[in-house]
Design a protein around this ligand. Structure first.
Ligand SMILES: Cc1ncc(C[n+]2csc(CCOP(=O)(O)OP(=O)(O)O)c2C)c(N)n1
Ligand SMILES: [Mg+2]
Length: 1012
């Protein structure tokens, strides 16, 4: 039996060119095997087979134009094939589900046949919220208590939900409350207890506190300019210690390890612990914030500077929370794609309450809930203060955060009060204590902890006679001892335990602490705590006594560190705990295997001329990816990341081919199910379709780009975005990517100030390369032709993923269609492309006057056209250089110049720019679709006269032609400017320039485009 494969529905396209035939007569074909690649003027896409069997006839050839329904091939069918137009695979299940739902609905209708009788409102409603019938209230509450004790919390929760639903259906106006009372979420009787030795843990914690403070004080004694923070870690010590002693599992050869994002400026605490663990010595502690000499300790977590220690750069506030969310999401992605095992690993992120004001901190919490990231735990250290003063003096940050997180769908655990409060809260029969707790604002809470017990008695408990009575038997000292939840290891342990067991949603632990805890009058809870980096002798003595650090007064005066003997119970304990948890933390290692770069011939198709066919570099890139997906080594490791622009870039073919990652699969039949490029979501999908969310997409990219260390698997993330919404938008994340030693590709598509024509000022990018150049390990290119792109991309794969170099690539691609020439045969071409420039053409007919013309990106083509005019109409010779990267040329130039200056007596080196241009004839004129500063970068590295042109100023919408005219980088301006340059250099008479300016209607009096 013979079957036919026809061109499927390809959306709005008609007569689309066949650019590749992937099968031949006689091949055995399986369903889903790619058969041909077709390409419209915007995108290319493979057509997979819907039939299987031996190919009898291939009915199309390269260059044919095909439309829906055309015959592609016929096969001798194996007989197992379904009908040639299969029902999309999810349709059946959707129909089934719909049928089931309809029967359920019917039953529901029967059940609710008797609608609730609407009664006339005859009750006088009391609206002031007071209790009009306390006895009745008591009845209800007792019933609830009975349910909780008999059937548990879940049942109680169910009944309450049913009551609310019922009330809603009866027309009651249900008040939405996102907040619970200002007490701990976990009641004392439900707390899971730690099996740790509390005494020894306290002693260890005290030593860590002391050493952390000592290293800051010592550094500032030596060099007062160094700075540092004591108060933050002082408030967070217990939060970290409980995790370190009991919860956070390290990476080792058996287990992937938990990933912990430490709050950046609590770094001294991590160093102080590492000191006790024997990972750092005194000398290293003494080099805190002195990193220039090798071995110094970073001010904050910086993997670039301490690559074996720190994993995540966090100190730029707001990045940590966002990165942690996407890290947890990416972990699930790797699990769902079967690339790593599901070992129940967690991502923990420690955040400050002040930091939560950063839009990025809360910006992605919805995604975390939607994706059901139960591998994610946030711990927000609510010490109620930020740098200048209170976080919410007039309100309550804990309640506010509770509302935001609960509203977003998180599991919220509040750890507000320590164990000393338990009995008071239990005895609060009238509810007045909780009432005060609810009423007191954070400014008051902070002020109270800056004073003493008597003050708390008067200002807090003194508010109501009932609460005054409650503490009547407590001394002021007892009142002062009433601790906050975040300083109570029992409460913290119980919260962590609950968080790690939570399923189906992320958890936030909101812990209340005191900033500068234990620092006494100068530091504890005072507005200036954050900046305190010096402690005088009295403060130090107080701190020592407060935490019972076994140092003499003399030792305290010398601010000595304290480390117990190696055989002491403390050191044994601290090491044993970590041993049990698999090793030390933080620690950065990588055991990822390299990915072999694809053979060069995989890009061969990009080295031949496209002939008449015009295409953009964006299209060429998509073709290149399609080819890479056929490479068995590379394919599974590619992580295409797109912020809702796949169609803009012609990448919609990827939806079907590799699927969009969706942890729930696809619960619906997409509207375009019958089409070739229909929107396909899949649990094991490969594309990260991030939506309109550049910061999130970049966070995903960073997670994938550092998978080699965090998951020991080398991945190749490729994040494609509008170049204007790249570095300009997410610059700080790109900086963090550099620090993280990310490896991967950033593709700034639709790039250039004049190349993206109609979109206007907000879209036209004339500076992303300059921002990229600010990141030391970012390698950036602005290629013009498809073979340049191929050479650059392959080298990127080789350097980053095969050779494991810690760099990342930024490549701009454009949306302007033009034909691409064959790659020059010159053996130095490839080297030039990678180093930043190579000679692409030379006009040498007249041998009188010559100019060197440098062009980059699409402006290279204007330069080439200008060179022809100069030759044909003005008898001027030229050499044309394709500059693939002014940034790379500058790096080389700087390095060579520096070497030469520092080694005046040695043989002087030559920069690559000079190697190319040193012996050339005539002045240099350079232009790109970016600001002049882009090409100006290489000006110092040549002795020749150098002129640069570019697109300085605000973009605006118009045609490409008009824009290039406006910014003076079109062919005509380039001709006129060249002649002017040659006249200025006294190589030709100025009348030629004057005439050209007139001929092209160029107004010499026109203001600079930057002023328009
Ligand atoms: C983006 C950014 N802005 C400002 C700072 C400077 N800064 C460092 S810590 C800090 C206060 C932090 O307060 P909080 O988040 O409450 O942390 P705490 O020290 O109280 O735990 C500020 C403003 C920064 N690191 N990053
Ligand atoms: Mg704070």
């Amino acid at each position: 039996m013979s079957e036919k494969l026809l061109v499927p529905d390809i959306g709005d396209f008609d007569k689309v060119e066949v650019i590749e035939i992937l099968v031949k007569h006689g091949d055995q074909l399986n369903t889903n095997d790619p058969v041909i690649t077709i390409e419209s003027d915007k995108s290319s896409v493979e057509i997979p087979s819907t039939v299987s069997g031996k190919i009898e006839l291939v009915a199309v050839k390269v260059g044919d134009k095909v439309s829906k329904g055309d015959l592609i091939l016929s096969i001798a069918s194996s007989g197992e094939n379904k009908k040639s137009v299969p029902i999309p695979k999810d349709t059946e299940s959707i129909i089934k589900q719909a049928e089931v739902a309809m029967t359920e609905k019917k039953e529901e209708v029967v059940a609710s046949k008797e609608p609730a009788q609407k009664k006339e409102q005859s009750i006088i409603q009391v609206t002031n919220g007071s209790d009009i019938d306390p006895l009745e209230t008591q009845d209800w509450l007792e019933s609830l208590s009975a349910v909780i004790s008999k059937d548990g919390n879940q049942r109680a929760h169910f009944l309450i939900k049913e009551l609310i639903n019922k009330a809603y259906r009866e027309g009651a106006n249900i008040p939405y409350t996102q907040n619970t009372p200002y007490i701990n979420t976990i009641p004392p009787e439900a707390e899971v207890k730690s099996n740790g030795d509390q005494n020894i843990e306290r002693r260890i914690r005290s030593l860590i506190r002391w050493n952390a403070a000592a290293m800051v004080v010592r550094a500032n004694k030596k060099f007062p300019e160094l700075g540092g923070h004591i108060g933050t870690f002082a408030s967070a010590a217990t939060l970290y210690d409980v995790g370190m002693n009991h919860f956070w599992r390290a990476k080792n050869n058996k287990y992937g390890g938990d990933l912990v994002y430490f709050q950046g400026h609590s770094a001294p605490g991590m160093y102080a612990r590492a000191f006790l663990e024997g990972r750092l010595n005194e000398k290293q502690l003494d080099s805190f914030r002195q990193e220039v000499k090798p071995g110094g300790l970073s001010s904050y977590p910086h993997p670039w500077l301490m690559p074996k220690f720190w994993q995540f750069p966090t100190v730029s506030m707001g990045l940590g929370p966002m990165l942690a969310i996407y890290q947890a999401r990416y972990m699930k992605y790797l699990i769902n794609r079967g690339l790593i095992k599901d070992e129940g690993r967690k991502v923990w992120a420690f955040l400050g309450d002040g930091e939560m004001d950063e839009p990025e901190s809360l910006g992605a919490i919805g995604l975390a809930a939607r994706e059901k990231l139960d591998n994610l735990i946030f711990v927000v250290n609510c010490n109620l203060q930020r740098l200048d003063g209170p976080v919410r003096g007039n309100g309550k940050i804990i309640q506010e955060l509770e509302g935001s997180f609960r509203g977003a769908g998180w599991n919220v655990i509040k750890v507000i009060w320590g164990s000393y409060w338990d009995s008071l809260i239990a005895n609060d029969k009238t509810g007045h204590l909780v009432k005060i707790m609810n009423e007191t604002v954070d400014g008051e809470y902070q002020a109270m902890k800056a004073r003493d017990g008597a003050y708390v008695r008067e200002k807090f408990f003194g508010k109501y006679p009932e609460t005054q009575e409650l503490v009547s038997s407590l001394s002021d000292k007892d009142i002062w001892r009433l601790n906050r939840g975040g300083h109570d290891p029992h409460k913290v342990y119980a919260a962590y335990d609950k968080a790690t067991k939570n399923q189906g949603s992320p958890t936030v632990i909101i812990a209340k602490t005191i900033k500068g805890y234990g620092m006494g009058k100068t530091g504890e809870s005072v507005n200036t705590t954050h900046q305190t980096k010096k402690l005088d002798v009295d403060d130090l003595l107080y701190y020592r006594d407060r935490f019972d650090v076994p140092l003499t007064d003399e030792q305290v005066k010398n601010v000595e560190y304290f480390k117990p003997d190696e055989k002491s119970p403390e050191i044994k304990y601290i090491k044993e705990r970590r041993l049990n948890l698999g090793g030390f933390l933080p620690e950065r290692t990588t055991y990822a295997k390299p990915i072999k770069a694809p053979s060069k011939d995989i890009f061969d198709f990009m080295k031949v001329s496209t002939g008449e066919k015009e295409m953009s570099t964006t299209m060429a890139m998509v073709r290149m990816f399609t080819n890479l997906l056929r490479d068995k080594n590379i394919s599974p490791r590619l992580v295409p990341i797109i912020p809702d622009e796949a169609r803009t870039f012609g990448m919609e073919g990827f939806f079907q081919k590799i699927g969009i990652y969706a942890h729930e699969g696809q619960k619906y039949e997409p509207e375009d199910a019958a089409q070739l490029s229909s929107y396909r979501e899949d649990k094991s999908g490969q594309v990260l379709e991030e939506g309109i969310n550049e910061a999130g997409a970049m966070s995903s990219w960073i997670a994938a780009a550092t998978a080699y260390t965090n998951h020991d698997i080398e991945m190749i993330p490729i994040y494609i975005f509008y170049s204007m919404f790249g570095f300009q938008r997410i610059g700080d994340l790109a900086w963090a990517a550099g620090d993280s030693q990310a490896r991967g590709f950033l593709i700034g598509a639709t790039a250039g100030r004049t190349t993206l024509a109609g979109e206007g000022l907000q879209h036209q990018d004339g500076h992303s390369h300059l921002i990229a150049s600010t990141i030391p390990n970012c390698v950036s290119y602005d290629p013009t032709f498809h073979y340049e792109l191929a050479v650059i991309f392959r080298e990127g794969l080789r350097r980053m993923h095969e050779k494991k170099e810690n760099v990342f690539y930024y490549i701009t691609t454009m949306n302007e269609n033009y034909s691409h020439p064959e790659m020059p045969k010159d053996k130095n071409c490839e080297e030039g492309i990678l180093k930043g420039m190579y000679k692409i053409r030379e006009f040498n007919k007249f041998k009188k006057t010559k100019i060197q013309l440098l062009g980059s990106g699409t402006i290279l083509r204007e330069m080439m056209a200008a060179a022809e005019v100069l030759q044909d109409e003005y008898q001027i010779d030229s050499e044309i250089w394709s500059v693939t990267s002014f940034n790379e040329l500058r790096k080389d130039g700087m390095e060579v110049e520096r070497y030469n200056l520092l080694n005046p007596d040695k043989e002087q080196k030559t920069s690559f720019v000079e190697k190319c241009l040193g012996k050339s004839e005539g002045p240099i004129m350079a232009a790109s679709d970016y600001m002049r500063m882009n090409s100006d970068q290489i000006r110092p590295y040549t002795n020749k006269s150098f002129y640069s042109l570019g697109t300085d100023g605000f973009g605006r919408s118009d045609t490409r032609k008009n824009l290039r005219k406006f910014f003076e980088v079109d062919k005509e301006h380039l001709v006129a400017y060249s002649l002017s340059v040659l006249a200025k250099e006294q190589l030709i008479a100025s009348k030629y320039a004057k005439e050209a300016i007139k001929k092209y209607n160029i107004d010499g009096e026109k203001p600079m485009p930057t002023k328009l």
